[in-house]
Structures are given as structure tokens and as C-alpha cells.
Design a protein around this ligand. Structure first.
Ligand code: AMP
Ligand code: MN
Ligand code: MN
Ligand code: MN
Length: 273
């Protein structure tokens, strides 16, 4: 229930993603590109010729008091106007942010990174840090994308640029207004201490958030049990997703994640009937 394509920072086209999922025996998959629903038509067309059900999705970038959160929307209607307008607003901010990232990298001695990242982005509206990371790896500045984040692009590193994304309330509101289910993506990735984590999840739930990811390519397997407990304490539905970005970058492909613990109610139980 969480995968990327070339419409954001994935390496496979929507069609290639569906083909891979098909080979892996997946029966239902969500395409959840960052801040865009652009790939959903192509994914739906590819899924039509296969045994796979496509769940239309998106992964919305949120600023929560200086912490960037990701909220996945599942079973959304991409035509819904509040969602479409909201996502367009977020995408508009990405170009200027990329210019600021490039300026910070230039100060560190790396020229031409805006052009380099842009050349690697198939969707020019969706310039992301991943594209900068790939460019730096190709240029030989770092040995891989991960190292580009660890040295330069991650929060607290010299080319990190804070950014005002959507608010948590807006992101959940847009998803719900489009008929979708709001899922807190990879809650273990935000580095929040237990009190802040609980405050964040309580707010998310108040705004109408219904689920959290428990089993995700962005959590280590030894973390699953802790997030399972959190889901059960709050009464959240649970989601599972590879957070797949492509060969060479995401070792776990769609369809290869372990099952959710039997105590959890899967988010897809909402619509499998
Ligand atoms: P952006 O939305 O432009 O800030 O890019 C966010 C994307 O960068 C995430 O969805 C991941 O694909 C990738 N990313 C973020 N943090 C890291 C990290 N520490 N290591 C590797 N990739 C990361
Ligand atoms: Mn990504
Ligand atoms: Mn994410
Ligand atoms: Mn993701």
C-alpha cells in the first residue's frame, strides 16, 4: 500500500511497477507518489490487463512544527478539487526549494546540481532530494544515494533546506474530502520521542487519520512490534507497504513484506468487501 513511480522519485514507470508487482504475485497495490496523482491513470490502465487491483493513492508532504511528516492517502479520488488544488500548491513550492538546495550545495563546492537533478527528474514539477542524491552519486561526489542524504541532504546536514509543506490538518482533510483513508506513513522515521509521537498521532486521529503503517520498508523488522502496539493502543487500522522506489535503491519489492500481526485490522479491510 505504498510505492513510487517515475512521476515522483521512483525509478520504474507506473506500468513497470504494476508488471513487477504482477510477477511477484501481488493481488492489490497502491501507487502513492509524493504530492502527485499523475501516475494513477497509467497504473490503472496497466492493472486493467492484469489480476491486480490498483488502489489509487498519494503520499503528501506535511510540515509539523519543523518536522516533515508523510501522510499517505489510499482509495482517494484524484479528481476531487481540494486534493488536486492542495497537491498543486505543494508542487509549486518544490522548484524554489530545489534552487535553495542547489545554492547550498554550490557553497559546499558542487556546481550545477540543479541542472543535474532536473535532468534525472521525469516529472519536472516533482524535483526531490532523491534526484539531488542520485545526481551526486552519478557525479562521484558520494558513493550512493544513501550517502548523499547522510552527508548533505538529511535534516541537520549542510544542504538541508527547511520547507513549509501542507499542514497535517490540511493533508488529512484533503484525503478525507476525496473519499480516501489517511494513513500516517512510516511513523518510526521521524525521530519523535514517545511524548511527541503520541501528541502527533493524537492530532492526526483528531483530524480524521484512520491508520498507521506498521510493516514498511522504512521500518526495521525489529520495530514492527512496537508500532503494532501503538496501532492497537490508538485504535488505528494498520497498513503495510514496501515504500518501493526501484531496483538498486529499495531491496524489498512489492509483495515481499511480511504479513501484519493477527491482532491488527488491515487498512484494506475497509474496502475489500
Ligand atoms: P523530498 O520530498 O524532496 O524531501 O524527498 C524525500 C524523499 O527522499 C523520501 O521520500 C525518500 O525517498 C528520500 N529520503 C529522505 N530521507 C532519506 C534518507 N535519510 N535516506 C535516504 N533517502 C531518504
Ligand atoms: Mn521518496
Ligand atoms: Mn515517505
Ligand atoms: Mn514513500
Amino acid at each position: 500500500m505504498h510505492n513510487h513511480s517515475t512521476r515522483s522519485d521512483g525509478l520504474l514507470s507506473p506500468t513497470q511497477l504494476i508488471e513487477l508487482a504482477s510477477r511477484n504475485g501481488v493481488d492489490a497495490i497502491a501507487l502513492t507518489d509524493h504530492d502527485t496523482t499523475d501516475g494513477l491513470d497509467e497504473a490503472a490502465a496497466a492493472a486493467r490487463g492484469s489480476a491486480i487491483a490498483l488502489v489509487p493513492g498519494v503520499e503528501i508532504s506535511v510540515d509539523w512544527g519543523g518536522t516533515t511528516l508523510h501522510v499517505v492517502g489510499l482509495a482517494i479520488d484524484p479528481q476531487a478539487s481540494a486534493l488536486a488544488e492542495g497537491l498543486r500548491g505543494i508542487r509549486e513550492g518544490r522548484w524554489g526549494r530545489a534552487e535553495r538546495i542547489a545554492a547550498a550545495l554550490e557553497k559546499l563546492g558542487f556546481a550545477g546540481t540543479f541542472e543535474g537533478a532536473l535532468a534525472l527528474a521525469q516529472n519536472k514539477e516533482m524535483l526531490s532530494r532523491t534526484h539531488f542524491g542520485r545526481h551526486l552519486a552519478r557525479a562521484g561526489v558520494v558513493k550512493n544515494v544513501q550517502q548523499a542524504f547522510d552527508k548533505y541532504l538529511a535534516k541537520g546536514k549542510p544542504a538541508y533546506v527547511p520547507h513549509k509543506w501542507a499542514t497535517l490538518e490540511e493533508a488529512v482533510g484533503w484525503i478525507r474530502a476525496s473519499g480516501g483513508v489517511a494513513v500516517m506513513a512510516h511513523p518510526g522515521r521521524y525521530g519523535l520521542k514517545p511524548m511527541m509521537r503520541d501528541e502527533m498521532l493524537a492530532q492526526f486521529q483528531r483530524y480524521g487519520g484512520e491508520a498507521i503503517e506498521v510493516v514498511t520498508g522504512s521500518h526495521r523488522p525489529e520495530e514492527y512490534a512496537a508500532w503494532q502496539r501503538v496501532a492497537n493502543e490508538f485504535g488505528f487500522l494498520a497498513s503495510r507497504g514496501a515504500d518501493y522506489h526501484g531496483p538498486g535503491e529499495s531491496p524489498i519489492e512489492p509483495g515481499m513484506m511480511p504479513a501484519l500481526h493477527a491482532s491488527l485490522r488491515p487498512v484494506w479491510s475497509k474496502w475489500t468487501h
